[in-house]
Design a binder for this molecule. Structure first.
Ligand code: SF4
Length: 528
């Protein structure tokens, strides 16, 4: 569905801001690829681009790939921006540049929806999801494309049903420049973990697209040239278990029909381990990774943060169960919790070893607006506004002790020997359980072979020859080469390289200790 009933034509420039360097965007892997420059195509902005009236020309620019240029601003009649807290500084910068051309600028997306007051310079604030606020914004721009005298705040009260969402305008994005493809099936989560803003922003009753929409989106992604890994950005893929079960047979069919061209990944709660009927179908649909917010191995801490559902099966058993269906677990971890003790860091490192999870995003606790945590800490007078800190939480343990413990965990967990040992475990006990898929014509194509050779050349040269952990790398790589497993060799080498480099810098204080931190740092991913 598109916006309708608007006659006047406006030219819209959609600009996605650069990311501040973050653990989860893999930018240190990009130089090893064949030209990847950005993480995932942004769903929100591409959705809005697809929703615009059919006759409105639209340009999409991801500043992680190239900055919006003078001619883009000169072409446009209005600029749309969207992003997360971590992109706040960059979003305000886009606004400033657009205003130099006297263009009206509208901002939407999760950051402004949670914190409208972060964006005082924008002309239009679009708070909430696609809905009546979007129609209002388009109608206002159609009537008058000049900048309003004062900021206009438009809040969605009536959301467009996800079953009416158009396919995001993937064709506007240079999909081959992205590390991962992205797709969204549902929005919202039934749980209420204390630190999480998802239920507050998107609701506790997950909203859904139809399986047919997802299949049409996958077809479109494929037409646009996306192969390789595609990430379901849903907050919790099993937020509505019946819906997941409804979708999976369609995914299985689609994968069979297209020859398993896409490796799928998603986010889900760890209690998915209790659902063999879902896991089996996910395996058949060729899901190979699940991000689980494990947060902490400490049961008391899980209880305190209202994440008891993580304890429905013992955590290590849950991880092993998921692995037995061929899916690697990626884990979110939080440090700085009220329940943390001086020995929490060591306990966490022991958990990393035991679980053999290679990729863990270890964050310091950050209180986000619109969360129960924020409300509690505000009452306790424990929210700290100080840009020099890595968290806005007044921890119960001394701040320096918590940060040092985080740095030590980053340093030790991602030492090359330890990390590659965990990947070797995944090869033996997880990847071995994946569905055996046929080699597709796409994989045999010259374009794909050339792509693989380019990445291998980069990996062998930059890690195997020049890298300071080359011995560890070759021990892993030679085995993979002997098994003819080039795909996993490339995938592991790319991700491991990012983790090792990022963690080394983080452990000496070069990166934020929280991916959710709103501490303003220079964007470290240059678009130029
Ligand atoms: S399960 Fe995940 S998405 Fe749902 S409230 Fe908890 S942290 Fe947020």
């Amino acid at each position: 569905m598109r916006a309708r009933g608007i006659e006047t034509v406006r030219r819209i420039l959609c600009v996605f801001p650069r990311y501040t360097s973050s653990f989860g965007t893999f930018e240190y892997a990009y130089p090893l690829t064949d030209g990847v420059q950005a993480f995932m195509p942004p769903q929100g902005l591409l959705l809005i681009a697809a929703y615009l009236p059919e006759n409105w020309p639209v340009r999409f620019i991801d500043e992680n790939i190239r900055p919006a240029a003078r001619e883009d601003f000169e072409w446009a009649e209005a600029v749309f921006v969207s992003g997360m807290h971590i992109q706040r500084q960059q979003m305000n910068d886009i606004c400033r540049r657009a205003h130099a051309f006297d263009l009206p600028v509208a901002i939407g997306g999760p950051s402004v929806s949670a914190c409208p007051d972060y964006y005082p310079s924008f002309d239009y604030l679009h708070v909430g999801e696609l809905g009546d606020a979007t129609d209002d914004l388009l109608a206002r721009l159609a009537r008058d494309p000049s900048r309003p005298a004062q900021q206009v705040v438009l809040k969605t009260n009536d959301r467009v049903a996800m079953t009416d969402f158009p396919i995001p305008a993937y064709e506007l994005a240079e999909v081959k420049r992205y590390f991962l493809g992205s797709i969204q099936y549902s929005s919202g989560c039934p749980y209420q973990c204390e630190f999480c803003d998802i239920p507050g922003l998107y609701g506790r009753n997950p909203r859904l697209k139809s399986p047919q929409q997802i299949i049409a989106e996958l077809d479109r992604l494929l037409e646009c040239g996306v192969t390789g890994s595609v990430y379901f950005v849903d907050d919790n893929f099993i937020g509505n278990r019946k819906a997941a079960l409804d979708l999976l047979p369609h995914l299985i069919e689609w994968q069979k029909k297209t020859g398993y061209v896409m490796r799928l990944a998603c986010e889900a709660t760890l209690n998915i381990a209790k659902r063999p009927e879902i896991l089996e179908k996910m395996r058949e649909a060729y899901f190979i990774t699940i991000f689980c917010g494990i947060e902490t191995p400490d049961p008391d801490a899980l209880k305190a943060m209202q994440k008891d559902h993580n304890m429905m099966v013992p955590i290590l058993e849950g991880v092993r169960t998921i692995n037995s269906y061929g899916m690697e677990v990626v884990s979110g971890i939080i440090m700085g919790l009220d329940t943390d003790k001086p020995e929490t860091g060591d306990a966490l490192l022991a958990f990393v070893e035991q679980s053999n999870i290679p990729l863990l995003t270890i964050n310091l606790l950050q209180a986000l607006p619109q969360t129960p945590l924020w409300d509690r800490l505000a009452k306790e007078n424990r929210l700290i506004e100080d840009d020099s800190r890595d968290s806005n939480v007044d921890f119960l343990l001394p701040y320096d002790q918590v940060v040092e413990s985080w740095k030590k965990c980053m340093k030790v967990a991602f030492e090359p020997e330890r990390l590659y040992a965990r990947y070797q475990h995944q090869v033996d006990f997880t990847y071995a359980n994946r569905l055996k898929v046929p080699v597709t014509p796409e994989q045999k194509s010259w374009a794909n072979i050339k792509r693989g050779l380019t990445m291998l050349r980069n990996i062998f040269w930059k890690i195997g020859v020049l890298g300071d952990y080359r011995r560890v790398f070759w021990k892993f790589a030679l085995q993979r080469l002997r098994h003819g497993d080039i795909e996993d060799l490339i995938a592991v080498a790319l991700v491991a390289h990012h983790l090792i480099k990022y963690a080394r810098l983080a452990s000496v204080g070069h990166h934020n200790a929280s991916n959710y931190s709103i501490r303003l740092r220079e964007a470290a991913v240059p678009a130029e």
